[in-house]
Ligand binder design. Structure first.
Ligand code: GLC
Length: 695
């Protein structure tokens, strides 16, 4: 039975010396807080990461640290494609299990920054371009982790939407975009799941570093939203420990040797007082108390690594997103006698992005192994890797193409596996293109020319521009970064053991130039001309990636489908899109309005031949609004599983916030009078039922 330390925080605050208190305000080392043995105050251990435990065993200068192996779950762009809150909660709880086994008290996740731009290197770690979807799934994740007595760190607060110049870029975000896009996921999770900590971001927000931005960390987070946990800095995000303390940042991570002196000097010079220090120390003591009081919850956890791996498999099953299925080429038919598989990614899949979220997977499945297993003796499987391991710098070359073309020619069907490798999607870097490497595109075109019965399977963290080849192949399966169980899941979907139900949580544009924050060649010309790792000091602020100092969110709240739908722009794949092996029929929309809220009901029926899951999406469209507002916004969704011919009634409650915008007149949320359409759809651009209400 774990020792539950009964802590009297008020008494401890009187017993701690000022030096002991000041020492507690920065980490003890990279991953733990400062204990005070004299008063039996233990240290709290924190560790990454969002899609699986990354606990460092041994730092190795100049190369990746040695890490304890853990279950590697699908990354967040994959989890978001499941639109399954219950599964997100189970994923959180399962990761907490690995934390308990490895004596970690707080998991440094979830990351819920918005996907403002598909180039962002950490998009694989984030959920969506839509704050409502990110808020719901983030709430479920935090509830899952904390249900087992492990804390979380909601990150990166706020406006951390690019990796380029991330330590010093100033995110210039107007108040409505901040309130309606960049804050709502944090707001919902803080209010509904009460994360033990919030991690402030590296960047500046409207001119002030997040780590010392009192309006953000105190006025909004604590006074407006009622946050009762502590703010921890991102690692190295504190620039002035005194200013960050005055902004109410309790815990600086990691250990910083100058912090004690600078705080002590400020205290002696009355630039800070004991109240400022006690505010932070009290918060840290509350965190220690939460950890010690949760010991019983942790003791009850009995699931095994296999149980957790099985949860990761369920998430992967529901994340796989079927984007194209011409002539119902999928699932692979029993009539197929010879199946050709191409691409290194089939044998050595990219299962996650790089950086602090990188998990050392305890198990990793390759699609090719499971394709062979499911093909059994009925289907002959031939394989050609075609290319070697891709890295950030090396230009890929296709090997033995003639032999591969021959295999494709002789096969009944081809599966081509491609990936955006770990070297293109990782922390600290943004991609400079959203297309596959040219050689991969060429390979797809050449193999498809020889055999049109081709399906491409993509492994990527964020969306890619597929327009070069998308219309030439018959099937496209987007498998995101699926973690260790992904190989099994992809094979199960290809052979129909799993009916795909994934729906993309990020729009696929036709090209990068169509994205809302794209500034054209000028912004690229501000690129890293002197190759010093940061962008040149451009003459004028631009949207993305900014001019080395300012990233100007001039697209405001119009990111993702909010931009494409309001500007009526064509896209390759709309937000919320994903196919199934079965079909669904929507009917009987009923809306019951009560003041500024509404209950939406409709019937959904499986009219196909196999069991399937469908995510019914509810969008709200203000009709001729007085203020500038997106054409539509996601305000509800329900995922249902239906047997063939089964019909269910779905019900979604739309609260007042669902109809509100952030008024710059009232500095508060407001519902304007007028008409609102309620759109029920299978994706943001496949609206099945429409109703109208009047406020
Ligand atoms: C990194 C990341 C953050 C991570 C932390 C600890 O720089 O920004 O997400 O949790 O440092 O590794």
């Amino acid at each position: 039975m774990a020792l539950t330390v009964v802590m009297n925080i008020d008494r401890l605050l009187t017993q701690l010396t000022i030096d002991e208190k000041i020492a507690m305000l920065t980490g003890s080392d990279t991953w733990s807080t400062v204990p005070v043995k004299r008063l039996s105050i233990p240290s709290v251990v924190v560790s990454d990461g969002p899609h699986g435990l990354r606990k460092v065993k041994e730092e190795r200068p100049g190369q990746d640290a040695l890490q304890y192996p853990a279950v590697c779950f699908p990354t967040y762009s994959a989890l978001a494609a499941t639109w399954n809150d219950e599964l997100a909660q189970q994923m959180g709880a399962a990761i907490a299990g690995d934390c308990i086994d490895n004596k970690v008290d707080v998991l440094l996740g979830p990351g819920v920054n918005m996907k403002r731009n598909p180039l962002c290197g950490r998009n694989f770690e984030y959920l969506s371009e839509d704050p409502y979807l990110a808020g719901r799934l983030g709430t479920a994740l935090v509830n899952g982790v904390q249900s087992r007595g492990i804390g979380t760190s909601l990150k990166h607060f706020a406006g951390n939407s690019q990796e380029v110049d991330r330590f010093w870029v100033n995110s210039e975000i107007d108040e409505r975009a901040l309130r309606e896009i960049y804050l709502p996921a944090f707001e919902k999770i803080v209010k509904e799941a009460k994360p033990w900590t919030v991690m402030c971001a590296y960047n500046l927000l409207n001119g002030v570093h997040c780590s010392q931005n009192r309006r953000l960390l105190f006025n909004i987070l604590r006074k407006e939203w009622g946050f009762d946990g502590i703010v921890v800095s991102d690692w190295g995000a504190v620039h002035d420990r005194v200013e960050s303390l005055k902004a109410s940042l309790e815990l600086e991570m990691p250990y910083c040797k100058t912090s004690f002196e600078s705080l002590k000097k400020a205290y002696e010079e009355d630039r800070i007082n004991e109240y400022d220090i006690d505010f932070a120390v009290e918060g840290i003591l509350r965190l220690v108390k939460k950890v010690s009081e949760a010991a019983d919850l942790r003791d009850k956890v009995k699931d095994t690594t296999d149980d957790r791996y099985n949860v990761s498999k369920q998430v992967a099953d529901e994340a796989v997103t079927l984007l194209k299925n011409e002539d119902e080429i999928l699932p692979i038919s029993k009539k197929i006698k010879k199946l050709a598989v191409f691409g290194l990614a089939a044998a050595d899949p990219t299962i996650q992005g790089g950086g602090s979220a990188g998990v050392t997977p305890i198990r990793k499945s390759a699609p090719l192994d499971y394709i062979r297993k499911l093909a059994g003796d009925d289907i002959e499987v031939v394989y050609a890797p075609c290319y070697n391991q891709m890295t950030l710098t090396s230009i890929l070359e296709i090997q033995n193409l003639p032999a591969a073309l021959n295999l494709a020619y002789e096969a009944d069907m081809s599966l081509i596996f491609v990936s955006d490798t770990i070297r293109t999607e990782l922390e600290g870097f943004d991609r400079n293109s959203i297309r596959l490497q040219p050689e991969l595109e060429k390979m797809i075109l050449q193999l498809t020319a020889v055999n049109p019965n081709t399906v491409v399977v993509v492994q990527a963290g964020s969306v890619i521009d597929m327009s070069e080849w998308f219309y030439k192949v018959k099937g496209v399966v987007y498998s995101w970064y699926l973690g260790g169980a992904g190989g099994e899941s992809v094979a199960d979907v290809l052979f129909g053991k799993v009916n795909p139900s994934g729906k993309t949580a990020e729009t696929f544009p036709l090209c990068l130039e169509d994205t809302p924050a794209f500034d054209g060649i000028d912004s690229i010309s501000l690129c890293d001309t002197d190759n010093d790792g940061s962008f040149g000091q451009g003459a004028y602020p631009c949207a993305y990636p900014g001019n080395g100092k300012v990233s100007w969110y001039r697209e405001g709240m119009f990111i993702g489908y909010r931009f494409y739908d309001t500007w009526k722009k064509e896209v390759l794949i709309p937000f919320g899109f994903g196919l199934s092996y079965t079909q669904f029929e929507y009917s009987k929309l009923k809306i019951v309005q009560d003041e500024n809220t509404a209950r939406v009901e409709c019937k959904i029926k499986n009219t196909g031949k196999c069991k399937g899951r469908e995510t019914v999406q509810i969008y709200v469209r203000p009709v001729q609004p007085y203020v500038l507002r997106p054409e539509k916004e996601l305000k509800g969704y329900v995922k249902v599983e239906l047997e063939p011919n089964e019909q269910k009634t779905i019900k979604v409650e739309l609260d007042e916030r669902a109809f509100s915008y952030y008024s710059m007149n009232d500095f508060d949320w407001k519902v304007d009078k007028g008409y609102y359409e309620i759109l029920v759809g299978s994706s943001s651009r496949d609206i099945k039922l429409t109703g109208k209400i009047k406020m």
